[in-house]
Ligand binder design. Sequence first.
Ligand code: SF4
Ligand code: SF4
Ligand code: SF4
Length: 272
Amino acid sequence: MEGLKSLVRKKLEEGADAFLCLVEEEGSPLPALITDPGSPQLERLTLGDTRYPLGRLLVELLREYPERRFAVLVRGCDERALVELAKLEQVDLDRVELVGLACTEEEARACGCRQPYPGRVDLGERAEPAPSREVIEEAESLPDPERLRFWEEHFSRCIKCYGCRNVCPMCFCEDCALENPQLVEPGVIPPEFPSFHLVRALDMAGRCVDCGLCEEACPAGIPLRAIYRKMQEVMEERFGYRPGEDPDRRNPLSELGTEEEIKKIMGSDLEF
Ligand code: SF4
Ligand code: SF4
Ligand code: SF4
């Protein structure tokens, strides 16, 4: 942990007001904000084997403390999330210093990850990507009605706990479509198939950065990542777009989606 310790100190001494990372608390890694280079928390720094949506916490911190600068420890998927969130104007990356952590080969395999490292690696070694399509292939090998049953069976276990949404670094809307009674009937468990999961999958198109936190959080063991991965494959095939990669290219679906942009194309007298 010496490498991480000196990076935390360095960033704080260089002007970051706080460093967002993980520290060991009573045997468990928990997110912590370190503000003092002499803090005893530095002795309890950990990379942990539990992942947290640090990007999501950072969004809250940047909103809460608009004058402050932060440094944050990022894995590949955290960095992708922050890049995508910056395009959606949810984070100001000029106020953030990223400290890159490469995942181990074991972590990359466990996640089935196709990019297990951030753009700049400060800690660890770049592991080989280990992309996995196991569930997608299983579903795609089935003819249409059976494929529908495959997903219906998985989704019949959903207890509508919203864990997948709550942990997702890319979910930030104040009015969530999943709580809109016109789209998802309230009080029904499991939620109506396929609307609940379809609404979420469509919301994630061009946004999901394949971190897998939703699948990890799901108490029903639903292979959620496969759905979002498939959406990602479609986005790549159709639009050549990979969320979180190019900071200068916006999600093509958002180009079609804003009122302003549609008015530019369709004429300013269009009623919404
Ligand atoms: S998805 Fe897993 S392996 Fe890939 S960058 Fe994130 S934590 Fe690392
Ligand atoms: S993998 Fe799941 S949690 Fe991660 S960005 Fe995609 S939808 Fe959100
Ligand atoms: S985390 Fe799993 S059980 Fe909970 S709402 Fe999402 S899919 Fe359903």
